[in-house]
Design a protein around this ligand. Structure first.
Ligand SMILES: [Zn+2]
Length: 155
């Protein structure tokens, strides 16, 4: 299932990440530039990617705690006090997103809800999932239910 994404595979060049400071090309979703160590602007990483753990409902909680501790330490505002305002802003945004991701993933109930939200998006984008009968049925049910005539009948 793992898809290796090369630079040439991006649909949209805006998905290509350049370090805002030194302009080097970075892997997408890197928080720090490997070249100049500056923190990068906010990205659209999902919670699992943000905490650098496997995307599964059965989260390895020890690993989650370990990665959260290391990442929150790396993003500690004190570390950015001597940096410019841009880096302080980016660090604060990353830290906020990290905390949100951590609070969600460590709680089995919140994690389950997030998992649903995450996969609804995947179903919309991914043809492989569209072909699953259960998903198609679900989608039909949903689209039927949203028709005004159905609502009238139900009323
Ligand atoms: Zn850089």
């Amino acid at each position: 299932m793992a898809v290796v994404i090369g630079i040439g595979n991006f649909k949209d060049s805006t998905e290509n990440q350049h370090c805002w400071m030194c302009k080097k090309i970075l892997p997408v979703r890197e928080v720090f530039c490997h070249n100049c160590d500056s923190i990068q602007k906010m990205n659209k990483a999902d919670y699992f990617a943000r905490l650098n753990i496997e995307k599964t409902l059965d989260v390895d909680v020890d690993l989650l705690e370990k990665h959260y501790a290391a990442l929150s330490k790396a993003l500690n505002p004190e570390k950015f006090q001597l940096r410019g305002i841009t880096e302080r802003k980016y660090a604060a945004q990353h830290l906020e997103a990290l905390n949100e991701a951590y609070q969600t993933l460590k709680d089995p109930l919140k994690r389950g809800k997030y998992w649903m939200v995450l996969h609804e998006k995947v179903f919309d984008d991914d043809e492989e999932y569209q072909e699953l009968p259960s998903i198609q049925e679900l989608k039909e049910d949903l689209s039927n239910a949203s028709k005004p005539s159905e609502c009238d009948l139900a009323a």
